[in-house]
Design a protein around this ligand. Sequence first.
Ligand SMILES: Cc1cc2nc3c(=O)[nH]c(=O)nc-3n(C[C@H](O)[C@H](O)[C@H](O)COP(=O)(O)O)c2cc1C
Length: 377
Amino acid sequence: MASAQEPTTGPRLTQRRRAAGEPAHPADPAYLDLDALERQARELLPPDVVDHFAGGADRETTLGEATAAWRAWRLRPRVLTDVGPVALATTLLGTDVATPVGIAPWAHQAMAHPEGERATARGAAATGALVTVSTSSTTSLEDVAAVRPTGPRWFQLYRLHSPAHTDDLARRAGRAGYTALVLTADLPVLGRRLRDLRNDFALPAGLPLPHHPPADGTGPAPAGTPRWTTADIARFADLSGLPVVVKGVLRGDDAARCVAAGASAVWVSTHGGRQADPVVASAAALPEVVEAVGTEAEVYADGGIRSGSDVLTALALGARAVFVGRPAIWGLATGGADGVARVIGGLTGELAHTMALCGLDDVRAVGRDAVARAAWR
Ligand SMILES: Cc1cc2nc3c(=O)[nH]c(=O)nc-3n(C[C@H](O)[C@H](O)[C@H](O)COP(=O)(O)O)c2cc1C
């Protein structure tokens, strides 16, 4: 059985390279075994914490369909195209990133690893990936910024009990050098996470939650607190001085409303299947959102992205970048910053390899013609 110190992913070839002091080749297709990583994380963490991280809402239909929905598409490789080295770098709202695979905001990271968000930020830095810091982080947004003073990082905002406190967080993100503010719009109330209810799950006593005033706890703002509307997009852009990304959009008409109200990007997401259930999969919603937004704003997607070909499918359907949640959780839990870097590096390596196989050499130039629906489905 592997211990936490041993390489968490991959096969002997990768281990031999590591033992020889060589970096595992990022385009080695055998580099990342996410299932093995998850199995290892499950051995290291208490069962109720695993359930909390892995679980979804209600009957978990959305959760169960997420990856399959990307795999309802098939790649359409080009041949004889004289493909050079694959260019993986792109820009997200003007910020340079080395890979179109970013880290989604996820809460309470100190429950997965003592270094929590700091280690995630270091792992992202090692791979040149964008990291999104959650309102429900266990490290303050300023302390994460200190770990990664330069480089791409965004701050994710939840609507808290106190509107004044929420506004203050938006201003702090701007001051601390975050380059975009991500408004999570799919949490008007908390989804019914049945695994947590069955386990009577509670956050460990003393878990730091620096962005939640003590009286608030971590739940969503109660009834009576003003709800967010599209008018809040321009308001938060103004308060923070940052471009605003709206996360949790699953409909073309909503995407168009957000962009008309000043959003610089929309992020197609089911919140990892943890909110309304069953909802349309990100892979199914993405084409409609891309069509509604056109060239007016950037579009990203997350939910069930587990391989380089999933990433490529999302790019072909019009996403400029994708984000991962649970793979980063298992990476952090098993290997801290290195584990996070291995996950992002592994997915990026798989993407590069799959692109090379498909006759594609630039992530910014992947077209809709790169995929087709699986004909036999
Ligand atoms: C344990 C956990 C905590 C999460 N916390 C947040 C959060 O604080 N803010 C947020 O906007 N999304 C949160 N999400 C949703 C993720 O940002 C992302 O949308 C989702 O995990 C992507 O799906 P994947 O896990 O299949 O990659 C969380 C997801 C998980 C699994």
